[in-house]
Design a protein. Sequence first.
Length: 255
Amino acid sequence: MTVINYIYHNECIPLINKGCIFYVNNWEVFIWFYEGGYVVMDYFHYTYKHNHIDFNSDIYKVSTYHYNWHSGVEVLILLKGRIDMSCNSEVFTMEPLDTIIISPQVGHATLALEEDTTALVIHVSKEFFQYFDPNFGMYQFVLRSDKTNRDNEFFTSLRYLAAQMMLLMVNSESPDRQLWLESHFLAMTSDIYREIDAVKTIPIHTKPADMTVATFDKMIAYIDENYKQKIELEDIAKIGGYNVNYTSQFFKRQL
């Protein structure tokens, strides 16, 4: 069985446990079909938008405490190190190869427990899913792996598709590679939709329409910049332009 590995600073971390092997160096891609192979990659960012397909992907270093809130679906695959994550009133530790899928507008915080902790993240716009399911924006869900299921068929396939997409995104200018990229993306998102369909909920209190992404981002940026100091709810509410009760209830629904 072939193995795709991700190398960061000359260290080798398993990314998925099946598929082709590829090596990236100065954006030139070489593919070997043999046992063992490596991916050499520095920080990576890619945005893709074509018709109703809309997503972006990053490889980045997870550092100190950071609060996140996104308008789209987040898929995070931990490549190296360990992180503590707080999401949906639950705190848990993610190990290498663990994956979490978070619905839009669900706040979550990450904290790296080791140096050089590295993750691959894919953000898919909620509009993509709404193209097929108009009610998708109402759903809340969190899917995550741990030692009991990280190697099951769903999470193994998801890591495989994410790795193949990363390879194709490095050199996706030709029509055939774009078609192959979109094929992998559609396979990944259809698998995700099937899994979340079984666990999704529709909260009684949904996110207010007037709480815009830009406004919420300002409030989160203030928390990120001042989390080592005492933060007053009144200050956060003032930044967002909302009253204290409204801001408090909103944050309770997101944490």
